[in-house]
Each structure stands twice: as C-alpha cells, then as structure tokens.
Design a protein around this ligand. Sequence first.
Ligand SMILES: [Zn+2]
Length: 301
Amino acid sequence: MSKRSWARPVNRANRVRFRFGCGFFLLLILLTPTVRSATLEIGQKARSIQPGEVLLLTVESDEALTGVSASGFDRTFPFFPVTEHKWEGLVGIDLDVRPGSYDIAVDAKSLSGVLEKVHRIKVLPKKFPVRELKVEPKYVEPPASEMKRIQEESRLIKQIFSGVRPERLWEGPFLRPVPGEANSSFGKRSVYNGKPRSPHTGTDFRGAEGTPVKAPGAGEVLLVRNLYFAGNTVIIDHGQGLFSYFAHLSKFDVKEGDRVARGDVVGRVGATGRVTGPHLHWTLRLVETRVSPLSLLEVTQ
Ligand SMILES: [Zn+2]
C-alpha cells in the first residue's frame, strides 16, 4: 500500500572520493550506517471525514522537501511549505462523495528523489436535510429573456473556480467574514416555492443590511459584479485552487484585480438576488470541490 523510495545520495562529492583510493573505502564504511531511507509521515486535521469537509494534511520528512502534492477524488491538491521538512495542504471532500474508503496519494519531492505514500481515509455518510423557501417567482422560473445571462454567468463562475494558481496567497487561520451566527444550511437540498433546485453549496450567516463583510483570508479579487441568482457578488482567489464567493451584497468595497489582506472589507451584507431577506452567503471551492466554509475555519485555527 505505502511505497517508500530509498534515498541514495549520489553527487559530485561522492565521485571526488574515488581519487582518494583506499581512503574511499574507509569513507564508505564510515558513511554506510548513515545511508538510510527517507521517512514520510502524514498527519491529518479535520472536523469530521464526511462529504463537504476540508482536511488539513501535514507531511513531514527527515529530508528537506522541495515540492508536495496529494492526489485523490480525481484531483490534485497542491501543498505549501511550513518548514523545509514540513508541508501542509488542504484536501476537499465534495458534497456528493459517496461514503467509503478513498486513497489520497501524497507525492513529496526531495533532493534524493520522489517519496510517495498513500493516506487512506474513510468517508462517513452525511444526511443533508431539505429546506423549503419562498422567493420571488422570477428566481424559480426565470423569464426566457434572462436565460442567456444566467447561462453566461454560470459558465463564467465555473471557469473561475476551475483555475488553480500554484502559489498560496492566504496564510494563518481563516476568519469569519461577519460576526453573525451561521446556520446549518450547507448542503441542504433546496426547494424554492415548492420546486426542487440544486443543493445549497454555501453557508448563510446572519447579518443586518450594511454589515461589513471581511475577507476571511488574503487573496486577489477576481470578480465583482451583479449576478442573476447571487445578486451582488465578490469572488476572492486565495491561491492553490481555493476561492471564497460572497453573494447578496448591498454594496461593493473592492474592484476586480484588488489584492486583499485577511480582514479587509470587501462589501456589505444585503438582500440582492434570490433571497428571503438580508444575510451573507459564503460559498467555498477547493480545487472544484464544494466544501463547507465552517470546516475551513476550524481546520485552519
Ligand atoms: Zn445561501
């Protein structure tokens, strides 16, 4: 199951030693006990191992690592260095992942080669309840004249979420964008005016109209615009495939292309788009997995 590559330091220094004849053999004997396999240890932090959860994986080696990534759920999740010997990365379990055992293959590059190890996780079932909401009819059966706009917006958002910038822009713990309480709406199957619609892939936070919405982590603002269903929306690219999407805002405080630090105000709570009242909707994407913002808050603390 797990595979280790054996570190055999072959470098110029070794070749130079040939010139020293007998001395080389003496050196070889002295060096032999120190030649051993490099280790790769994997640690995990998670709120639970269930659909919609974020895992924080830690990879440690006795060798200095120059690059780490993890493959699982048909995706590759990039990692970032904490020290030379310790890297961390976020892995997302999408909302629709079926319960069962899954292998996450961790690849770590060091000067002596590539170290590989498989980390097996067991995804437990999660039941997402149904929520019934009453909204304006145009948000349930949009008029034909709006279909082109809706399709274009859906394509644009998909394209943004599919980007994986190699560098990580965020650092340290993520923070709550508004002080208000979050409800347990993430993953709920939504029924609008009696008609089933796609699952709710964000978390809703209480907040009065006008409450400042803070960037939960540093990043680059990729989108600031009014969308048909989401109303006034801001998307922040945190790097390495992680995006925050804030919907239903009453006002924008940033423009596309702005760099934001954690805690910078990006907009104000509002009730634009398909809503029942003012609140903040925060959707998260991690290498295209739909994951709960509350689980990200917890694993990065
Ligand atoms: Zn929402």
